[in-house]
Design a protein around this ligand. Sequence first.
Ligand SMILES: CCCc1ccc(-c2ccc(S(=O)(=O)CCO)cc2)cc1[C@H]1C[C@H]1c1ccccn1
Length: 238
Amino acid sequence: HKSHRLSNEIERIVQDHLKYDRENVSDLWELIHHEGEMKVYRREVEENGIVVDPLKCFHTVKGVTGREICHYFFDPTYRMDWETTLDSTKVIETLDKDNPDTLIFFQLHKRVWPSAQRDSCFWSHIRCVSTGEEDQPLWIVVNYTTDHAQAPIKSPFVRLVANVALTCETQIIEPPLNPKDIKRENLLCKLTYVAFVNPGGWAPAAALRAIAKREYPKFLKRFTSYVIEQTRDQPILF
Ligand SMILES: CCCc1ccc(-c2ccc(S(=O)(=O)CCO)cc2)cc1[C@H]1C[C@H]1c1ccccn1
């Protein structure tokens, strides 16, 4: 494929996520939410007095493939259906129209009192990675903050800095003899979601931690339920 101005940065960030994200959490990580198959962990980290807590979530979703989960997370068409924390989202650039696996988004996040309203500008890249050993390939979407002329930083908005990745493995449970006979009840998607979000300007640490503890599980539950609903009667996208 043709490469573009972001290709090298994308390669570096994607490889980092592929290397570290699916590693099990150490005891440095605090379990902040456990609901069914969903486990959400956090480390408490501050940079210059700003809360930048890394977040890591492991979840197993029945009845969908990793490709389907990543498709609905990446594709701007569905963003406002499942994202309840945004006022708006817009694709301001498609890096390669012949191979639209990299988009640049500009988003306005809903104001979270008492903090100033945030906006974000990030490249979003989707990729299928054949890992060799597993029978199914991995799918990954990475959202990584980038500057863009069409996303000027303008008061009163505070620019978020985000490095987020959703990595999915698909498992076929009790595979039928003929792969053509695989049904949704044979599908299991094991997903890892990591988020390194610096809220930009100052925000009260305790408030931000409470917001994150409430919002991430809610967002992951809503998003995965949305994909289950959208794919229920659709042919399986492997
Ligand atoms: C003061 C706001 C801080 C704040 C801003 C933004 C985000 C955030 C950024 C990106 C992504 S995503 O997964 O890349 C999907 C893109 O649409 C999710 C969340 C998280 C928080 C922290 C507060 C936590 C939170 C988590 C989930 C949803 C909303 N907020």
